[in-house]
Design a protein around this ligand. Structure first.
Ligand SMILES: C[S@@+](CC[C@H](N)C(=O)[O-])C[C@H]1O[C@@H](n2cnc3c(N)ncnc32)[C@H](O)[C@@H]1O
Length: 244
């Protein structure tokens, strides 16, 4: 396990970004406008990319949620991870598929792919590419892992990403979504999360109103199951493609 280092100082929100906020080619608008500081800034990456920070952001549930996602994939499987994740999620998933499996990691941000490449250099079974998950055209995967990506994208992207990922697994293969979910009515963090969403995560609230399956154009081609965690604040939704 990587050791968490203390956070010395928090950089300004525009640290390590071009002074004039020019749109970067290929990077979706929502990412540049809403999450620029979190994913397109090297200074912020250094702050955020620690298991302890990821754990704090997920109220101590990161390990449990990562385990729940990773357990869905069998050793030897060919798995697609649809976006980089801060902390040690990808090395854990790489160890799970093992030397006999294959892990492909995509992300739309070159900075994130470069960072993840460093973390995965010890795993020859891993391949990384800069690709937008809503345009990814691979097929035949045993599994796809979509870990906390959907809540960060606008509704049209949610539809496109869900459809693309569902289409990319073989019959019998599965897509695993781990993300936010509507917490129970008296959940003590409900007002806090509402505020966080309003301030920082404008596309997350939709997952309190809609099931992930409802974004799929061909939902009935898949068998769906869902588990919730931490009073309903988080979900794991799994879609298994029908047929063998
Ligand atoms: C998986 S999500 C959130 C993960 C979580 N908050 C964490 O701890 O890292 C963050 C990643 O999604 C990537 N991303 C956003 N939109 C994307 C898209 N359309 N296709 C692929 N990657 C995308 C961002 O560049 C970022 O690296």
């Amino acid at each position: 396990m990587p050791q968490a280092k203390p956070i010395e100082s928090v950089p300004p929100a525009d640290a390590a970004l071009p002074r004039a906020a020019e749109p970067a080619p290929g990077i979706p608008r929502y990412l540049q406008e809403t999450y620029r500081w979190a994913y397109l800034s090297e200074a912020w990456r250094r702050v955020l990319d620690r298991p302890s920070v990821v754990s704090a952001i997920l109220w101590g549930n990161a390990n449990r949620l990562m385990e729940a996602a990773i357990a869905e994939f069998a050793p030897g499987a060919h798995v697609l991870q649809t976006a980089c994740v801060y902390g040690d999620f990808s090395p854990r998933l790489a160890r799970r598929v093992g030397a006999g499996g294959r892990l492909e990691v995509i992300d739309v941000a070159p900075l994130q792919i470069a960072n993840c490449r460093r973390k995965l250099s010890a795993y020859p079974q891993v391949r990384l590419r800069v690709v937008d998950a809503s345009r990814h055209d691979g097929e035949g995967y045993d599994g796809v892992c979509c870990f906390f990506l959907l809540h960060e994208v606008p509704e049209d992207y949610k539809h496109r990403i869900v459809d693309r990922l569902l289409a990319s697994v073989r019959p019998g293969g599965k897509v695993v979504f781990v993300d936010y979910h509507r917490p129970r009515r008296n959940h003590p963090l409900r007002p806090v999360m509402r505020l966080v969403f309003r301030r920082l995560e404008p596309y997350a609230n939709a997952l309190w109103r809609r099931e992930i399956a409802s974004y799929a154009a061909r939902a009935s081609d898949y068998a769906w199951r869902k588990e919730t965690y931490f009073g309903g604040l988080y979900q794991k939704t799994v879609a298994v493609r029908r047929g063998q």
